[in-house]
Design a protein around this ligand. Structure first.
Ligand SMILES: Cc1cc2nc3c(=O)[nH]c(=O)nc-3n(C[C@H](O)[C@H](O)[C@H](O)COP(=O)(O)O)c2cc1C
Length: 312
């Protein structure tokens, strides 16, 4: 069997496959279907300092090739997360990355500081990029200086590894990636959902109550891959690819582009157990090609392109 073990910003993971925030609850809800040992790590739903009711319904819509959602970071707030959700995590196999959000720069740092005291949380993912809060107008994922300040605040507040989750809804994702790296991010998750919308033309009504929401799933894979590639070229820290990943081939494609690990989101909605077997499929795929470790695949594309350029 191929070796899938992965080093990610100091974390020792069983494999490079993570669940994507907001699509897997807090891991607990899915434990019957997907045991913690099947995954490299769980990334939990974004938690904010205070409870948020989320956006009005309807806020989820299936499309031809993915999902539109405008959940709007519904969550019970940090106190309930720490005292109830984290208190229920008792699987010794669980590697948990807590995803945090904030309405102000200070809120991100306060959430990071509070979670720093929680031994069950191994790392933090900072959601700079939710398109469903304030119509996606918050500047954390679109202004390099703001992204850098948020990450610097979080970095100063915690000793745990911190990942910045970036948006693809920008002109030059490399600029935001470099800013997050300068702010002290240990890694980057690329990407969150892309802005999208749908309409019922007969009724003249939007499919989502917020009209515009976040688009995810198989259709965004080429865009997510392009973003991951551009970010991998720009930064020195590890990149976690995310967007439209459904099977072992997809995982290996994102690794080849330069990612160290990947996250799977929308695919869990059509097949809630897909993450239970994905690592085995990945291993079988590598075995078939005679590749001993998944880490060998990471960065293959850039290495080949450099070789070709050198031969010209
Ligand atoms: C219903 C839904 C809820 C989501 N909630 C969050 C969230 O709370 N925090 C976050 O960082 N990303 C959230 N995301 C984005 C996913 O984590 C992921 O970045 C995105 O869906 C792209 O990956 P995919 O195509 O594999 O789904 C959500 C996505 C969906 C579909």
């Amino acid at each position: 069997m191929s070796d899938l073990s992965t080093r990610l910003a100091g974390l020792a993971l069983r494999n490079p496959i993570l669940s994507a925030s907001g699509t897997f609850g807090h891991g607990l809800e899915m434990a019957q279907l997907v045991p913690a040992r099947a995954l490299g790590a769980w990334v939990s739903k974004t938690v904010t300092l205070t409870p948020r009711p989320g956006n009005p319904m309807p806020r989820i819509q299936e499309t031809e090739a993915g999902f539109l959602n405008s959940i709007g970071l519904e969550n019970r707030g940090l106190d309930a997360y720490i005292n109830e959700t984290l208190a229920s995590v008792c699987d010794p196999d669980a590697v948990l990355i807590a995803n945090i959000g904030g309405h102000t720069e200070e809120e991100f740092a306060i959430a990071a500081a509070r979670l720093d005291d929680c031994p069950k949380v191994q790392a933090l993912e900072v959601n700079l990029s939710c398109p469903n809060v304030d119509g996606g107008r918050l500047p954390y994922s679109t202004e390099p200086a703001t992204a850098e300040r948020v990450m610097a605040g979080v970095r100063a507040a915690t000793t745990k590894p911190v990942f910045a989750k970036l948006s693809g809804n920008v002109t030059r994702i490399e600029d935001i990636a470099l800013a997050a790296e300068a702010g002290g991010a240990d890694g980057l998750t690329v990407i969150n959902t892309l802005l999208g919308m749908g309409v019922d033309w007969r009724r003249g009504e939007p499919q989502l109550a917020t009209v515009v929401g976040g688009y995810s799933g198989v259709a965004i894979k080429p865009i997510a891959m392009r973003c991951a590639w551009q970010v991998c070229q720009a930064v020195k820290i590890p990149v976690i690819g995310c967007g439209g990943i459904r099977n072992a081939e997809d995982v290996l494609e994102f690794l080849a582009v330069g990612c160290t690990a990947v996250q799977v989101g929308t695919a869990s909605f059509s097949d809630p157990a897909c993450l239970a077997t994905l690592a085995q499929e990945l291993s079988a795929c590598l075995d078939e090609e005679g590749i001993a470790t998944s880490a060998e695949v990471s960065g293959r594309l850039a290495r080949n392109l450099q070789c070709e350029a050198g031969n010209l």
